[in-house]
Design a binder for this molecule. Structure first.
Ligand SMILES: [Zn+2]
Ligand SMILES: [Zn+2]
Length: 132
């Protein structure tokens, strides 16, 4: 049985649950993620959109044409980044009820990594997009 992932936003209006193994778990250091989350990087778990059950007042904004960022209309918590055409969405690890479930596999877009972020976890690092 797959691990169950549950989470939501700061105010509790948005809740989500997933009962599937993540496609991957990665940390993105790109500027768009930094801006969208107001943070140094985006540690996210990628799932198939169809595997995620989400409820609440979600608002979305496109940070680039194919990528939608989903956040809570009430409290502003960033919940996901979604590529509708590909049917995938990355859930922010910080919005998990238990963020320690996050098991990062790699860092990417490290060209825009913040200089004070020291990566000594031994994970692969890619300056741009990871290889497919
Ligand atoms: Zn909220
Ligand atoms: Zn990014």
């Amino acid at each position: 049985m797959a691990q169950r992932y549950e989470g939501g936003c700061l105010c509790g209006a948005i809740r989500y649950a997933v009962e599937a193994a993540p496609i991957n778990e990665r940390i993105c250091h790109c500027r768009l993620c930094q801006k969208a989350l107001g943070a140094a990087f985006n540690a996210r778990l990628l799932f198939r959109v169809d595997d995620v059950t989400l409820s609440g007042p979600v608002a979305t904004v496109n940070s680039s044409p194919p990528l939608q960022r989903g956040f809570c209309r009430n409290c502003g918590t960033t919940i996901f980044s979604r590529r509708e055409a590909a049917g995938i969405m990355g859930l922010t690890s910080g919005s998990l009820d238990d963020p320690s479930l996050f098991r990062p596999e790699m860092h990417f877009h490290t060209a825009s990594r913040q200089p004070w972020v020291k990566l000594d976890d031994g994970l692969p690092q890619y300056e741009g997009a990871p290889p497919v």
